[in-house]
Design a protein around this ligand. Structure first.
Ligand code: PMP
Length: 393
């Protein structure tokens, strides 16, 4: 073995001892309501494939046709030779969908947050961030020299305190997840916008888990709260409900033009291949034309959440299809997840640093693709596994 990484191995050994070392779980099938793991078909409750679009025939067809016509890759970053007409067509469609002047697609939701925050904030600005914001927001903030303030999770009094304390900066930017990815609660965007307007701050919302889920045809939290035109920056991902890959920012033309010049992941990383772009474009069309998918998603989410609560599980503050089953202890949550898998449900354990210490959980996301029978079977397995481990009685 090559020498040099003993210090990393030591830490890994500790994780193994504590029961928090995790192996990746390869799927041997496509992504759907059921997947094949280790040769066995199990119910999938861990994906972000909210609407089942990863395998939607219209997306698959669009991707295949794009490959045939435009090839497998683009061969350049967007700003040199890698912008195809389809990239701009998708951005126009996303802007229209989000009711904004313009939009810009990045390689992922992660790089969108990183790229936007690092580009628009300078030392004379302050960013005010919810304590439970996604890692990509935190990393984006780390890349700036702006002053930073963190307010207690969805605590509007604390947000107001932070706003009051930051009057001297050129710009104040409030940033929040629209739906919090590990808890499934919705940010109080209406109240955030009111405070922002009162204190003359900008608002940025990351709708990774709200696009395709909340609002008319899945337009996200801004539309859900009736705040069109009052939120300055909307980030979305194309990797979750949209079923493909990528992220985007929807905003005013000036912000988008600025990001084309200063958004580093946009500038320095190759553009999406034709299959990705064409499939994303088709996905937006599906959202507009098949709203019944979103209805089914919410119907399934309610059925499954109610079932978990009836069994006596703690599902925290969840208001959306993201439903955590909070068990607290990190090793126990992984053991719980292993047992669920053994009995036929794939629901990953999530522990520190993704969630706070002592708040470990199995996180579930139902999709529009699940049948009621599959969800009932999953609930029966949750009952059996939870009782065996003493999580419920
Ligand atoms: N923001 C939030 C709130 C997320 O949950 C995620 C996905 N984990 C991202 C951004 C990143 O999106 P992507 O997977 O497209 O990089």
């Amino acid at each position: 073995m090559m020498k040099g990484f003993e210090y990393l191995q030591e830490e890994l050994d500790q994780m193994t001892e504590q029961g928090t070392f995790r192996k990746l779980v390869p799927l041997e099938s496509d992504q759907g309501s059921k997947v094949v793991i280790n040769g066995k078909e199990v119910i999938q409750l861990s994906s972000n494939n909210y609407l089942g679009l990863t395998t939607h025939p219209r997306l698959v067809k669009a991707a295949l046709e794009a490959v045939e016509k435009f090839g497998a890759g683009t061969g350049s970053v967007r700003t040199i030779a890698g912008t195809f007409t389809m990239h701009e067509q998708l951005e126009e469609k996303l802007a229209k969908f989000k009711h904004t002047e313009a939009s810009l697609v990045f390689q992922s939701g992660f790089t969108t947050n990183q790229g936007v925050l690092s580009a628009i904030l300078s030392p004379e600005d302050v960013v005010i961030s919810d304590a439970l914001n996604h890692a990509s927001i935190i990393d984006g903030i780390r890349l700036t020299k702006a002053a930073r303030k963190v307010y207690k999770h969805v605590d509007m009094k604390d947000l107001e305190r932070a706003l009051k304390e930051s009057g001297e900066y050129r710009k104040r930017l409030i940033v929040t997840d629209g739906v919090f990815s590990m808890d499934g609660n919705i940010a109080p965007l209406d109240k955030i916008v009111e405070l922002a307007e009162q204190y003359d701050a900008l608002v940025m919302v990351d709708d990774a888990h709200a696009s395709g889920v909340l609002g008319e045809n899945g337009r996200g939290t801004v539309n859900h709260f009736g705040l069109d035109g009052r939120v300055h920056i909307q980030v979305g991902t194309l990797s979750k409900a949209i079923g493909v890959l990528g992220g985007y920012v929807a905003s005013s033309r000036s912000l988008i033009d600025y990001l084309i010049h200063k958004g580093r992941p946009f500038l320095f990383s190759t553009s999406h291949p034709p299959a990705v772009t064409a499939a994303c474009d088709e996905a937006i069309q599906v959202l507009l034309e098949e709203p019944e998918l979103i209805e089914k998603l919410w119907d399934n989410a309610k059925f499954f959440k109610d079932g978990l609560v009836k069994l006596g599980y703690d599902t925290g503050e969840s208001q959306t299809p993201v439903t955590p089953v909070i068990v607290g202890d990190e090793a126990l949550s992984h053991k719980f997840s292993d047992k669920l898998l053994e009995y036929g449900v794939f629901a990953q354990g999530i522990a520190f640093p993704t969630v706070a210490k002592g708040m470990a959980r199995v996180r579930t996301i139902v999709t529009a693709q699940h049948s009621k029978e599959e969800l009932q079977e999953a609930l029966d397995i949750f009952e059996k596994a939870g009782k065996e481990l003493g999580i419920i009685s």
